[in-house]
Design a protein around this ligand. Structure first.
Ligand SMILES: NC(=O)c1ccc[n+]([C@@H]2O[C@H](COP(=O)([O-])OP(=O)(O)OC[C@H]3O[C@@H](n4cnc5c(N)ncnc54)[C@H](O)[C@@H]3O)[C@@H](O)[C@H]2O)c1
Length: 277
């Protein structure tokens, strides 16, 4: 059986692009997920990703040149023959730091029947140093990178503990261990907080068969690191350059599937040898 997540319902924050979008693609194409919610604030990229993924799901399952239906912000595929739903990928606008918005999305998810995997991937960074980081920047980074994970995981845990099954996967960073790579102290602190939060949630979830883990990427080739202010050299990564989003997505898929059955409270470093835990 391998690492299938066949039929699962998945919520990915920050799923419009980068690591989140690639993980959604892998969940749909290789894992066989049934429903994928992409929650993001980038409506254009989110709508496009949802539409593309639904079209891909159709192609993968039917061999037809399926095109996603739905508007700019959603993509849904129907089996052209019997009308059975094969794979659905929907975009929902959500600022993950907005408690009211998080609660509203989970009401929808609950009404749809539940949730099997929450991938808390949304995140922001800054290259501002200690004295350039004011309280407003600190608060925003902590809200988006940490408070959101608390809010979303609490909602997910409510559903998953009642189901007696579920997977929550968070994103830390090599920055948590090495004090940031040219990033603001707020970013390093936020990603270190993810480690403690992951362990706390893991302790809560274990009796309910809900696992909670994190991945800690090093440098990944996404818009975040393509920012001209984020200067790095391939030499900093012993395995030779930045990771691809797929390198991270594969680890998330592993944790979400059967490979992760007996793993909880852990953080898997996917950093090309930048740091050995
Ligand atoms: N790229 C790297 O080198 C790297 C390294 C370590 C950790 N990470 C972490 O990986 C995660 C994904 O980053 P990425 O590299 O794919 O970056 P990215 O910028 O390509 O994607 C981040 C996504 O999060 C979304 N987002 C930002 N703020 C949001 C908010 N308030 N609400 C909802 N969505 C929001 C963005 O719109 C975007 O779609 C982040 O948590 C990041 O900190 C990235």
């Amino acid at each position: 059986m391998g690492n299938t997540i066949e039929g699962m319902r998945v919520l990915i924050t920050g799923g419009a692009k980068g690591i989140g979008a690639e993980t959604a693609r892998m969940f749909a194409m290789e894992g066989g997920a049934r429903t994928i919610y992409l929650a993001d604030i980038d409506d254009e990229a989110g709508g496009k990703t949802a539409k593309e993924l639904s079209a891909l799901c159709g192609n993968a399952h039917t061999g037809e040149n399926a095109h996603a239906s739905g508007g700019a912000h959603s993509g849904v595929n129907e089996h052209s023959g019997g009308g059975a739903r094969l794979c659905e990928c929907v975009y929902r606008r959500l600022d993950v730091a907005d408690e009211v918005g998080v609660a509203a999305l989970f009401r929808e998810i609950e009404a749809d029947g539940g949730l099997d995997v929450l991938f808390n991937c949304a995140g922001i960074t800054s290259v501002k140093n200690l004295f350039e980081t004011d309280k407003a920047l600190w608060d925003r980074i902590m809200s988006v990178n940490v408070t959101s994970v608390f809010l979303l995981s609490k909602e997910a845990m409510r559903i998953m503990s009642a189901q007696k099954s579920g997977r929550i996967i968070n994103v830390s960073s090599v920055s948590a261990y090495v004090g940031g790579i040219r990033t603001s102290p707020a970013y390093a602190a936020s990603k270190a907080a993810i480690l403690g939060l992951t362990r706390s949630l893991a302790k809560y979830g274990a009796p309910y068969n809900v696992t909670v883990n994190a991945v800690a990427p090093g440098i990944v080739d996404t818009d975040m690191t393509r920012d001209p202010d984020f200067v790095y050299s391939a030499d900093e990564v012993p395995l030779g350059g930045a990771a691809s989003p797929a390198d991270i997505a594969r680890t998330v898929l592993f944790l979400a599937g059967e490979g992760g059955n007996h793993i909880t409270g852990q953080c898997i470093n996917v950093n090309g040898g930048m740091f050995f835990a």
